[in-house]
Write a protein of this length. Structure first.
Length: 187
């Protein structure tokens, strides 16, 4: 019986994406190791980074809203932008309490990402033969991480977020590296 990966044509999507998958996987794995090594710093970094993203997007949105003052929904846009600005300022000014709030966001992200990764693995099981199990394991690990976060609330939010994001990135990186290597073997 032939391996479906090696039976793919040279122009297959997996082969074309193999280098990109490898690079993304290596970057994710390295960032995952760093986050695991210093989880409190990783938690604070994620919180502060998201705070800046909210702040900048809110300010830019507010400017755009006022430039389109006569447009329908003007006040809804202004309200949304002000909320983003306030959220950004709070996360930047108080990242430790903000980490608890972000923990709930990460729970939702991990649940959705875990389910999507499991479904992705199932969809690719024919093309990746023996390699799809790594992607399936990555999705299962992500779902387990969501359960760990829920079980550790509220006290562990200061360090758990960085640690779990690091673990998720490490496993996701390994899965992408495996897919990239499998894609390179496609003839």
């Amino acid at each position: 019986m032939t391996n479906p990966v090696s039976a793919q044509p040279a122009g297959s999507p997996l082969r074309k994406l193999s280098t990109l998958l490898l690079v993304e996987g290596i970057v994710l794995a390295v960032l995952g190791v760093l986050a695991i090594a210093v989880p409190v710093i990783a938690t604070l970094a994620v919180t502060i980074f998201l705070g800046w993203l909210f702040l900048v997007s809110g300010v830019l949105g507010l400017v755009a809203s006022f430039m389109a003052r006569g447009a329908p929904g003007f006040w809804w846009g202004v309200a949304s932008d002000v909320v983003a600005i306030v959220a950004g300022v709070i996360l930047i000014a108080a990242p430790v309490p903000g980490a608890l709030s972000l923990t709930f966001v990460v729970i939702a992200l991990f649940l959705l990402q875990g389910i999507a990764t499991v479904m992705y693995a199932i969809e690719y099981r024919r093309e990746l033969a023996g390699r799809w199990g790594l992607m399936l394991a990555s999705g299962i690990v992500t779902l387990l991480l969501a359960a760990i976060i829920i079980g550790g609330l509220p006290g562990s939010a200061a360090w758990t977020l960085g640690l779990l994001v690091g673990i998720d990135m490490l496993f996701g990186g390994f899965a992408l590296i495996a897919m990239g290597l499998a894609g390179r073997k496609a003839t």
